[in-house]
Write a protein that binds this ligand. Structure first.
Ligand code: SF4
Ligand code: SF4
Length: 382
């Protein structure tokens, strides 16, 4: 395992982190806890979960109870999250998580899933940060952190506005352009960066032909290449992999064990290949993000990417709902006047208006379908 200093915390964390939202069968508590312990034995010391990940916290608590016996010699660190807005709600969520996790303190407690700058202002106004600070004074949490799906510049502003110790954000060989500015800001401010979805939510291993450009050596798999691209980045501290079983653990460990630093030329080649490999796809560069009607064009085009890769129209809805959280906030799509400004700005020259119309049709179909409610309940909250 490789360890890196984690921002200004004085801690050394493993570059591979355990993401606790993808257990194969959360009801099989013993098997899931064994997987967590196997990760710990392999040298992983960053364990991420959340109050909203089903039974994940309970499962991890079973493992942590056993791991406590060796915690002094082999430290491990627990990360969890809350959506709560008020001081009381933050405390209530934290106490619930502590009980489930069977630990005295949460090492990295996150203000979870800021989707827009206004979400930060709102939670700050309602008292969430005061709640986090009191919990820290009482020793129930050790570091105040944030997780966000905003673009890189917006996240940079949040990091300037509050001294979060670390930031958790989605970053991979698929979407790095969208968030690069956040990594730059965090690095400048000496805040730690944990990246989630390093394999593009599974799309990278599912499409090795399209993502073959991430491989730097002939013997590498796309998983090796995609993870090593992140391990190599000095701005990234931990790459969080949602490990569901031993096979995935072994694949992620192989990527760490065979890691060799990439040359600047290799990094430049991977970054430069994205445009070509994505061909008809959005690269997340965000040059179109100035819609006069306020449509979040890069997020909508990212959702369309998921459709292009999966071939399933419903993947648009899943992405908008569970990654970007925008379907339920009103139908932004109706506001498009087809002015064409986004298409003019698009570096890929994508037919954005046509795609927006397709997305609108899919959103309408989904909203009217009997399955909408069931889909909401079964979704995959990132
Ligand atoms: S065409 Fe629609 S989405 Fe694009 S900039 Fe104009 S109003 Fe916004
Ligand atoms: S400018 Fe084009 S490629 Fe860039 S984010 Fe917008 S739609 Fe995607």
């Amino acid at each position: 395992m490789i360890y890196k200093p984690f921002g200004a915390t004085g801690l050394n964390l493993s570059i591979l982190g355990f993401g606790g939202m993808r257990f194969e069968d959360q009801n099989n508590v013993e098997a899931c806890a064994d997987l967590v312990k196997a990760c710990y034995d392999a040298g992983i010391n960053y364990f991420d979960t959340a109050i909203g990940y089903g039974k994940s916290e309970e499962v991890m608590g079973v493992a942590f109870k056993e791991m406590a016996a060796t915690r002094i010699q082999r430290p491990f660190y627990v990360a969890s999250k809350t959506f709560a807005s008020t001081e009381d709600e933050v405390r209530r969520d934290c106490e619930t998580s502590l009980k489930r996790l069977q630990v005295d303190a949460i090492d990295f407690y996150h203000m979870w899933c800021l989707l827009e700058p206004e979400h930060f202002t709102e939670r700050q106004t309602k008292g969430a940060l005061r709640g986090f600070e009191k919990l820290k004074e009482e020793g129930l949490i050790r570091n105040i952190c944030v997780s966000s799906h905003m673009n890189g510049n917006q996240i940079g502003e949040i990091l300037k506005a509050y001294p979060f110790e670390s930031v958790l954000l989605g970053y991979s060989a698929m979407n790095f352009a969208f968030r690069d500015a956040a990594l730059d800001s965090a690095h400048r401010l000496n805040r730690a960066v944990v990246v989630m979805n390093p394999l593009g939510g599974g799309l990278i291993p599912q499409h090795p032909e399209r993502f073959g450009f991430v491989r730097s050596r002939p013997e590498e798999t796309v998983v090796d290449g995609a993870l090593r691209f992140l391990f190599n980045d000095p701005r990234i501290n931990v790459a969080l992999v949602g490990i569901a079983n031993r096979k995935q653990l072994n694949e992620a460990l192989a990527a760490v064990n065979g890691f060799r630093p990439l040359s600047p030329e290799q990094v430049a080649r991977i970054r430069g290949s994205v445009r070509e490999a994505f061909n008809e796809m959005c690269t997340g560069c965000a040059y179109c993000d100035e819609c006069p009607q306020g449509l979040p064009v890069p997020k909508l085009m990212d959702a369309y990417n998921q459709y292009m890769l999966s071939g399933k129209p419903i993947s648009i809805i899943h992405r908008l709902n569970w990654h970007w959280g925008i379907v339920r906030e009103g139908n932004h799509l109706d506001r498009c006047t087809e002015c064409g400004a986004c298409e003019k700005a698009c570096t890929q020259k994508l037919p954005i208006i046509r795609r927006l119309n397709e997305i609108r049709a899919e959103v309408q179909r989904w909203s009217q379908s009997e399955g909408a409610k069931a889909d909401t309940e079964e979704g995959d909250p990132e």
